[in-house]
Write a protein that binds this ligand. Structure first.
Ligand code: ATP
Ligand code: BTN
Length: 244
């Protein structure tokens, strides 16, 4: 990758989902490094088609990447690291909850949704990032109010989304480069250092089965290793995780 992430930023007032806008503009106005930002989304998405509520005040963006098609598993996780680093810079000691949640004191403050797309002969990953920066939690739908928080709610600070994005993108560039190098084992360790799921007792519902046990590590390919109740090591690559 030669162009810095965010050299070109496409700004919108309202979109359905910045990930969808980035996909629509691929190869035309959007290339590797382009960032799509919106003030609000009317159909923001999380994983498995769940909704990401996106009122004005939050940061909603999608970064266009063109990684090697192998190893996107780790990229989908480590894309959350710059969010945590930026939140910490703005005094919120957030952590990652495997795979893609950004949490503070068990409340969700952000999330990442990476989607792979083939366009002509090229492969892209759209890394969508949502952060509750200047969101008043009581403006979120009732169903998520108790499990959500924001920078504003935690610190009283109204920050500049532009500065937050700039800070995040600088770190994202390092993380992205590392994810494409043979330093992936180091990167997986750095992810684990920011991930509060490690060493916890968890239950993960995967498409095939439910695994219960202790989360012990994240592999360089992005799988979570769980030592289950019979002492076996199980690797899960997808699923909904609950801390027990
Ligand atoms: P998992 O832990 O498996 O990722 P999840 O419930 O966090 O499960 P996601 O798809 O990651 O599911 O995220 C979408 C969920 O996040 C929604 O179902 C909703 O509960 C919650 N959510 C949606 N918008 C917000 C928001 N702005 N702030 C905090 N939480 C939100
Ligand atoms: C999650 O927790 O499941 C991930 C939420 C990701 C939300 C961001 S907001 C910008 C981008 N556009 C979307 O529709 N989703 C991501």
């Amino acid at each position: 990758m030669d162009t810095p992430l965010g050299k070109e930023i496409l700004r919108f007032d309202a979109v359905e989902s910045t990930n969808d806008t980035a996909k629509e503009l691929l190869g035309d106005r959007a290339h590797e490094g382009t960032v799509v930002v919106a003030e609000r989304q009317v159909a923001g998405r999380g994983r498995h088609g769940r909704a990401w509520f996106s009122p004005p005040g939050g940061l909603y963006c999608s970064v266009v990447l063109s990684p090697h098609e192998r190893d996107t598993g780790l990229l989908g996780l480590v894309a959350g690291m710059p969010v945590v680093k930026a939140l910490r810079h703005w005094s919120v000691l957030a952590t990652l909850k495997w795979p893609n949640d950004v949490v503070f004191r068990n409340r969700k403050i952000g999330g990442v949704l990476c989607e792979g797309v083939h366009r002509r002969d090229a492969f892209y990953v759209i890394a969508g990032i949502g952060v509750n920066t200047n969101v008043a939690v009581d403006r979120l739908p009732e169903e998520v109010r108790a499990s959500a928080t924001s920078v504003k709610a935690e610190t009283g600070i109204e920050l500049s989304n532009e500065e937050f994005l700039e800070y995040m993108l600088k770190d994202f560039e390092k993380v992205y480069k590392a994810s494409q190098s043979n330093a992936r084992n180091v990167l997986a360790r750095e992810y684990m250092a920011l991930c509060s799921t490690i060493r916890q007792r968890v239950e993960v519902a995967t498409p095939e089965r439910t695994v219960r046990g202790t989360a012990v590590e994240v592999t360089p390919s992005g799988a979570l290793v769980i030592v289950d109740d019979s002492g076996g090591r199980v690797e899960v690559t997808d699923g909904s995780l609950r801390i027990l």
